[in-house]
Design a binder for this molecule. Structure first.
Ligand code: PXP
Length: 239
């Protein structure tokens, strides 16, 4: 069975558009789990453009919500993470002007900082993951850094599929990284830009144990309802 992490950042985006309390990310987190998600993912960005500190605090307090917190390799944000103790942390690259997380981590450049962050998280018994572009070099580096998991960036694959271009090379890259990563003891996750079609294609890779999907689930829910979209994604992931 593949796990599904529902990224609820854009519930906060919608809430922040009016500056009030609705729609509430905590309620979205509770409902996502009720409707079949295995975990909830949020990204506490340095600029706090969507998820706010209070959202993180409230969601972490609810022990029935398995939480995956995405953070940049930033000591200030790490401190907040350690204070709130989410179940899982995924380290992601972060640029202030990007619309979303555009690529995977540069592990070579940020090696010592990431190593330090991973070891701190481990001391708190938090499962660690690194968001990387699908290359064997990145998978090897992730293992060297002693991460528990890797999340393979599926943004390029998703775009190729969306624009009806040949995606076979990118799919093979992801598959090879998943197989190799699994063989050296990493748990394999995948995410970014995924929708029903991408999920169906990636569901064929047995080594992938977890999908993290956000924008599509929240957007599609406007038309089909949160419950229906989560149930359909879960079904496609595991058929
Ligand atoms: N995984 C990671 C590591 C991400 O940074 C994001 C975007 O916040 C996602 C998954 C979800 O991407 P999307 O919103 O495009 O489904």
């Amino acid at each position: 069975m593949k796990r599904l992490g529902v990224n609820i950042d854009h519930v906060a985006t919608l809430r922040n558009a009016r500056g009030g309390y609705h729609p509430d990310p905590l309620l979205a987190a509770k409902l996502a789990i009720k409707f079949g998600a295995d975990l909830v993912t949020i990204h506490l960005r340095e600029d706090r453009r969507h998820i706010q500190d209070q959202d993180l605090i409230k969601i972490c307090k609810n022990k029935k919500i398995p939480l995956n917190l995405e953070i940049a390799a930033n000591m200030k944000i790490l401190k907040i993470a350690l204070k709130n103790k989410p179940n899982y942390v995924c380290i992601v690259p972060e640029k202030r002007k990007e619309i979303t997380t555009e690529g995977g981590l540069n592990l070579k450049k940020n090696r010592s900082k990431i190593k330090k962050i991973l070891s701190k998280l481990k001391k708190f018994k938090i499962r660690t993951s690194l968001f990387i572009n699908p290359t064997i070099k990145n998978v090897k580096l992730s293992k060297d850094l002693k991460s528990d998991c890797i999340e393979l960036h599926t943004g390029k694959l998703s775009n190729l599929i969306k624009f009806q271009k040949d995606f076979s090379n990118e799919f093979i890259k992801i598959k090879n990284c998943a197989k190799f990563g699994n063989s050296i003891g990493l748990e394999i996750h995948a995410g970014h830009g995924m929708d029903y079609k991408t999920t169906k294609i990636l569901s064929k890779i047995n080594e992938i144990k977890e999908f993290n999907i956000g924008h599509f689930i929240i957007g599609e829910s406007i038309f089909s309802g949160f419950k229906n979209v989560i149930k359909k994604i879960k079904r496609i992931s595991n058929n």
